[in-house]
Design a protein around this ligand. Structure first.
Ligand code: PRT
Ligand code: ZN
Length: 284
């Protein structure tokens, strides 16, 4: 029994998807990237597909699970479950208009035309906001739609914003924030669910690893209570006495997001010799 996972054949998410599997200890030979291949040391088959097709294949059970942008999952509206956010492929779906146009609010779009490759998401958004705008569905190069006179505005993926800038557009509303997600078929067999659980366990250990740092520091004993409250770690920090002194060495983990604030506080409690190290995997 093998779990069939669909990933993007070639595109922005391909390398990162393979890297995620590798970080989960799954060896995949992807030399020629044919349609499918098998993992060497895990009961998994990998299908290389266009991202647009992944939701449908997962719904139909051609693939059991898939890795793709949340934006595609939402646009395709297939009957699949999103089971994990993966922390890469971050982008947003935004509305943009010619940079010299005056914009105050969404009523700008009333009676106007917007070009996009994501008509369903946009239609839903306009409906929610009571905006009656035309939607021009196009397959690609959405950013040129206003300059060729096809539409008044566009609705497209934005990452750094430089594509908009280069095309004389400005981003005026973010409709959806997206990242790569893991989706699953709704009716996996118990055997396949078991393999998926194993995979999820590894993905979580990897995600925890990258979002946390291992921290080691020396601190005067009188500050230990405050320091333990600040960096409790997974359960409690490890405290080792520094011989012949009233200082201790503290070992713990700290979340990346919070990191610099924690370091500032530690310094104010008298901590010295602070070492911060990456964590390969973290099993909580
Ligand atoms: O061939 P296939 O259909 O599989 O691939 P694709 O061409 O449909 O998708 P691809 O590889 O371009 O993107 C796959 C997924 O990556 C998307 O569905 C998003 O979830 C995610 N992603 C993340 C992005 C971007 N960042 C991104 N910047 N997808 C596209 N872009 C494009 C965007 O369309 C625009 O043209 O990059 C341009 C904007 O980038 P900035 O940095 O200039 O703002
Ligand atoms: Zn695509």
């Amino acid at each position: 029994m093998k779990l069939k996972v669909a990933i993007q054949k070639s595109g922005r998410l391909s390398e990162k998807s393979l890297e995620l599997l590798k970080e989960c200890g799954i060896k995949v030979s992807n030399g020629d990237r044919t349609l499918k291949t098998e993992a060497k040391n895990f009961p998994m088959e990998i299908l290389f597909l266009r991202d647009d097709d992944i939701p449908q294949y997962v719904e139909q059970g051609v693939a059991d699970i898939g890795i793709l942008g949340e934006n595609e999952v939402m646009e395709k509206e297939k009957d699949v479950i999103t089971i994990e956010r993966l922390g890469f492929g971050n982008c947003r779906l935004s509305l943009a208009i010619p940079k010299d146009d005056v914009y105050s609010d969404l009523s700008y779009f009333q009676g106007k035309k917007v070009a996009t490759s994501y008509p369903k998401i946009l239609r839903k958004f306009f409906l929610e906001k009571n905006i009656d705008a035309g939607i021009e569905e196009i397959g690609g190069s959405v950013e040129i739609a206003t300059s060729i006179g096809l539409a008044d505005g566009i609705f497209d993926i934005v990452s750094t914003g430089s594509t908009l800038l280069m095309n004389g557009l400005k981003e005026i509303e973010t409709v959806l924030k997206s990242e790569a997600v893991l989706i699953s078929n709704k009716n996996l067999s118990p055997e396949k669910s078991e393999i998926l659980d194993k995979l999820l366990f590894r993905i979580k250990a990897y995600k925890n690893g990258i979002s946390n740092k291992y921290i080691v520091l020396n601190a005067p004993n009188e500050s230990l209570d405050k320091i333990c409250a600040l960096i409790p770690g997974m359960r409690f920090p490890t405290i080792l006495p520094l011989s012949g002194s009233d200082w201790s060495s503290v070992h713990s983990v700290v979340e990346e997001d919070d990191f610099w604030n924690v370091i500032d506080a530690l310094k104010s409690y008298g901590a010295e010799g602070i070492l911060v190290m990456p964590i390969e995997k973290m099993i909580v």
